[in-house]
Design a protein around this ligand. Structure first.
Ligand code: HMG
Ligand code: MG
Length: 299
């Protein structure tokens, strides 16, 4: 299969990245991060989550973040919604696109959203209906597609029906998440091979955490499988509060560098993206998780 000419990056740093931070981050810093990412040319930014603040305290100010950001026409600013309450709060905050999230492993579903996989899918039905009524697009996530922190190995055959269910209920795209970053390129190729029998490849995305240093190889493996949408996080921010030890997503800067080398367009200005990553890393007092950004600052 030939490589795509254009790839869309879904920037999840402000959500997947920051949700795991224990220290308080001001609304102003979050707004600045989203605005920096807009300036860098990202076409899709996941800004926050409308989840229970008891479960994920860091996302509590998401409505204020939405109110503060400078939205550029043509850019999608999205939020996570785990239930109808979250969807309604997102709608009230002016959100035009939401994401629902299910898991391929029962144990992770329980720990992350306090219900079984099938109950979670039922919980999404009223969201889908409300979203249709309000013209809101819904993206779907499946977590733990290549491994679970509680159950270990997860097979592609476990992932496919969950991805299919999200697609059938109306998610226009389903992102497959290697939440704990244990997957390899071989696993990734098999995953997309199996799942694409249920959901068209053009409606699948890859979401790789870099815990085992495999994320960039997994992006390349996905490209070879005809996947052209990837979730990534500026400066490699993040982790998952319900997946102990999981590191951030693959760094957006590193994916852009890979894609540039393959002659694949993203519309992203790498220098501006690096600057955005440097700023948020310094706000958080963290080492920059992007290898490309670190190499550039050493030059
Ligand atoms: P629950 O405790 O079963 O829900 O949580 P509940 O309905 O019994 O409500 C409990 C309390 O939460 C109540 O408040 C509700 O009002 C409130 P109380 O009466 O105790 O004061 N509540 C809410 N508050 C604000 N917004 C809401 C909301 N819903 C209920 N939407 C629930 C169930 C789903 C709410 C909870 O488990 C939750 O919020 N989970 C979110 C977990 C999360 O955000 N995880 C991280 C995102 S997923 C991820 O990172 C993976 C991904 O990146 C892909 C990958 O890497 O694999 C996407
Ligand atoms: Mg994630």
């Amino acid at each position: 299969m030939s490589l795509p000419k254009h790839v869309r990056l879904v920037e999840v740093g402000p959500r997947d990245g920051l949700q795991n931070e224990a220290q308080p981050i001001s609304v102003a810093d979050k707004v600045r991060l989203v605005d920096d990412l807009t300036e860098a040319g990202l076409a899709y930014i996941e800004v926050g989550s409308f989840v229970s603040p008891k479960w994920v305290p860091q996302m509590a100010g998401s409505a204020d973040v939405f109110a503060g950001i400078h939205q550029r026409p043509g850019v999608t600013y999205a939020a996570l919604a785990p239930n109808l309450r979250g969807f309604e709060d997102a709608l009230a905050a002016g959100v035009k696109e939401v994401a629902v999230f299910a898991a391929a492993s029962e144990a992770f579903s329980q720990r992350n959203i306090n219900c079984s996989i099938s109950d979670s899918l039922k919980r999404f039905e009223p969201i889908m209906e409300a979203a249709r009524n309000h013209g809101v697009r819904v993206r779907g996530y499946v977590s733990c597609v290549l491994g679970c922190p509680y159950e270990g190995k997860v097979s592609a055959e476990q992932v496919a029906p969950v991805a299919r269910a999200l697609h059938d209920m109306g998610c226009y795209e389903v992102s497959l998440g290697d939440t704990i970053g244990t997957g390899t390129a071989g696993d990734t190729r098999r995953l997309f091979d199996v799942v694409s029998a249920q959901v068209p490849r053009e409606q699948l995305a890859g979401h790789f955490h870099d815990t085992y240093g495999q994320a960039l190889a997994n992006v390349y493996a996905s490209l070879l499988e005809g996947i052209s949408v990837f979730d990534s996080s500026v400066a490699g921010l993040g982790g998952c509060p319900y997946a102990k030890g999981a590191t951030g997503n693959i760094a957006s800067e590193d994916v852009v560098y890979l894609l540039q080398g393959l002659g694949i367009e993203t519309g992203i200005d790498l220098d501006r993206l690096i600057a955005a990553g440097r700023r948020i890393s310094s706000v958080l007092g963290r080492d920059n998780g992007s290898r490309v950004a670190r190499a550039r600052s050493a030059q």
